[in-house]
Structures are given as C-alpha cells and as structure tokens.
Ligand binder design. Structure first.
Ligand code: SF4
Ligand code: SF4
Ligand code: SF4
Length: 325
C-alpha cells in the first residue's frame, strides 16, 4: 500500500473517531436522562406514558445495554461527566487545563482527577497533538469550515491575518486568571471543544442553549474572517499546549529525504497546524495524514524515530529514518 493511500486512511480514521466522540458526548447526555427515568420510574411502560414511544425505546435500549454490565444504575453511574472530565466505564479522562484551573482555584486535586489528566498528556507524549485530529469534538467543525474556505476561496477573497505563536499562550494565561477570579466554568467560553461539549450537553439534558453557543459562533466567524483554521492555529490554548508537550513524540510523520522533491512544498501547504514535514518538523503534528495524502513522491510515512543512520561512506544521510507502524 502506498504512503499516499495510508494518508487517506488516516484522514478517514480521524473523521470517524471524531464522529464517535461526538456520539459519545450525545450518549452521555442522553444517558443522564435515562438515569433519571430509571431512578424515577424504573418501568418502560411508565416512561412511554410520560414521554412517548421514542423515549421509551431509548430507555429500553439503554436498560438492555447497561444490564450487560450488571446493575444498570451502577453501570450508568460509572459513565458521565462533561467535556472537561468524562468517566467512561469507570475510567476518568480529564482536560489538563481544567484540572490545573480547579487546582489553582481550590488548592486541591482529587487523585482520580489527576490520573485522568495524565491520559491526554501521555497521549501527547507518545503521538503528539493527536487529540486535535482524532478526539477534539470541535475540530470537525473547524475542519469543515477550513474546507469550505478553501472551496469558496476559488471565487472569493478570504483574509489571512498573520499571528504570533505566543497569542495562544496569552489566551491560556488570561483564561487562568479569569478562572481564578470567576470559576473554572469560564473555560466553556474559552476552549472551543469545551464550548461544543457544553452546548450539546445542555441542549439534550436541559433542552436549553448554553451561553457557550455564542462562543462557538464567535470561533466560526473568526475562522471565516481571520484565517484558515485560525482558532486551532492561533487561539486554542489546548492545541498550543499539546503541541509543545508532544513536540518530540515517539511516533510521528517521517520523511525519506532521499526521495523528497526539492522544489515541492505540498506537505507544508496543506498542513492544518503549519507543520513542515519537508523540514522534518514534528512539533504540532496531529498525525492527520493529510500531508501523506498529497506527497507526490510518497516519501512521508508514520513511524518511530530510529538511531542516526550513517551511510557506508560515513556521511549522515538522514537523521529521522522512517520506521513504519
Ligand atoms: S486546537 Fe483546540 S479546538 Fe482545535 S482541534 Fe486542537 S483542541 Fe480542538
Ligand atoms: S504534518 Fe501536518 S498534515 Fe502532516 S500529519 Fe502532521 S498535522 Fe497532518
Ligand atoms: S510533499 Fe513530499 S516531496 Fe513534497 S516537499 Fe513534502 S515530503 Fe517532499
């Protein structure tokens, strides 16, 4: 299989996993309603009389699903939370920024919360910024806007505002200060994925729009008006943080320098996060595979870093040789 095709596979996988994350968020919100019915009625017929057949069918299906794990209420209670801290079958996954903010506010951090924050951090150390392309519930939105911008860019002018990399750090520091003087709920307005999760949660659970919907609208306008993937590239502090933590990941994009074409820049031009595989950069790479899919020489692959390769003549020919996974 060619590396270009592998790139397409990665892109496809990244769309599927992000859709799955959205489905999980929707399910978690819906299951909190199921839990209320379970505790309140504990009877599908009563649920049907109260809220109709559709809700009763969802109740039955959820009941069947959670019964597979023993007591449905106990099984359900091992799942839950909001976007910044989700519990899936007892495993806690916590947003490191939200965890830090809670710690700064309270001076305390529950052990489970702390361990939960280690999961995304470890993921970044191993695979770089994969959260952005495979998990983030907001990234599909920005991905779609980016594609739309490119498409409409053939007919209309879209600005590209130059921005310093440090801007996102400023957003992070500003967010921490705001969280200290208000509550850590302020992150629902600052972090795009938090805003998306919160909006979905509120719409399903309470049937009302959360104020975070204005934050999403703001990011949409910013992405259209200021630059391609502007929010992810320049505003989102999580993306910047994960990019730095995963700057030298165990697995990343590798280039076969001997096959790379001198006057080609396709990989740099398509990269959402402004990474240059041509310069063997790994910082900010999310393993989305898009650069692989466009590389005319098919010389990009996903691999682990190997020891420096020295040619028989003693000249270093490529310091990052691809070792495909
Ligand atoms: S930069 Fe932020 S909003 Fe964009 S994909 Fe990454 S985590 Fe999500
Ligand atoms: S270098 Fe850019 S385009 Fe290539 S896999 Fe990484 S993030 Fe995607
Ligand atoms: S797209 Fe491929 S050939 Fe072109 S610069 Fe990047 S790695 Fe080299």
């Amino acid at each position: 299989m060619s590396n270009r095709l592998r790139g397409w596979h990665l892109m496809f996988a990244s769309v599927i996993t992000r859709l799955c994350v959205l489905i999980i968020i929707i399910l978690l919100a819906s299951w909190s309603i199921y839990l209320n019915y379970k505790v309140g009625y504990n009877n599908a017929r009563l649920v049907e009389l109260a809220d109709g057949k559709l809700v009763a069918t969802f109740y039955r299906m959820s009941d069947w699903f959670f019964s597979c794990f023993g007591d449905p209420v106990a099984a359900m209670q091992s799942n839950g939370g909001m976007t910044w801290s989700i519990r899936l079958f007892g495993v806690q996954i916590t947003d490191p920024i939200a965890a830090t903010s809670v710690f700064l506010n309270n001076g305390q951090l529950a052990f489970g919360f702390f361990i939960g924050a280690l999961i995304p951090l470890s993921l970044a150390l191993l695979f770089g910024r994969v959260f952005c392309s495979y998990i983030c519930p907001a990234s599909l939105l920005f991905f779609t806007i980016g594609r739309l911008r490119r498409l409409l860019g053939r007919f209309f002018y879209f600005p590209e505002l130059p921005m310093n990399r440090f801007f996102a750090w400023g957003v992070l520091c500003g967010g921490v200060v705001l969280a200290l003087v208000t509550t850590h709920g302020i992150w629902a307005l600052i972090l795009p994925y938090f805003a998306v999760g919160q909006t979905i949660f509120h719409a399903i659970t309470f049937g009302v729009m959360h104020v975070a919907v204005f934050s999403i609208l703001f990011f949409i306008v910013v992405d259209f008006a200021l630059g391609y993937q502007f929010t992810c590239r320049h505003i989102c502090p999580t993306g910047r943080l994960l990019g730095v933590i995963g700057a030298k990941p165990l697995v990343s994009i590798r280039r076969d320098a001997s096959a790379c074409i001198d006057d080609c820049h396709s990989c740099e031009q398509v990269c959402t996060f402004m990474v240059s595989p041509k310069k063997d950069e790994t910082r900010d790479c999310s393993l989305c595979g898009e650069c692989m899919s466009v590389c005319p020489a098919s010389c990009l692959s996903v691999g682990t870093k190997k020891a420096i390769d020295v040619s028989s003549s003693g000249i270093v020919v490529n310091t990052d040789v691809a070792s495909e996974v």
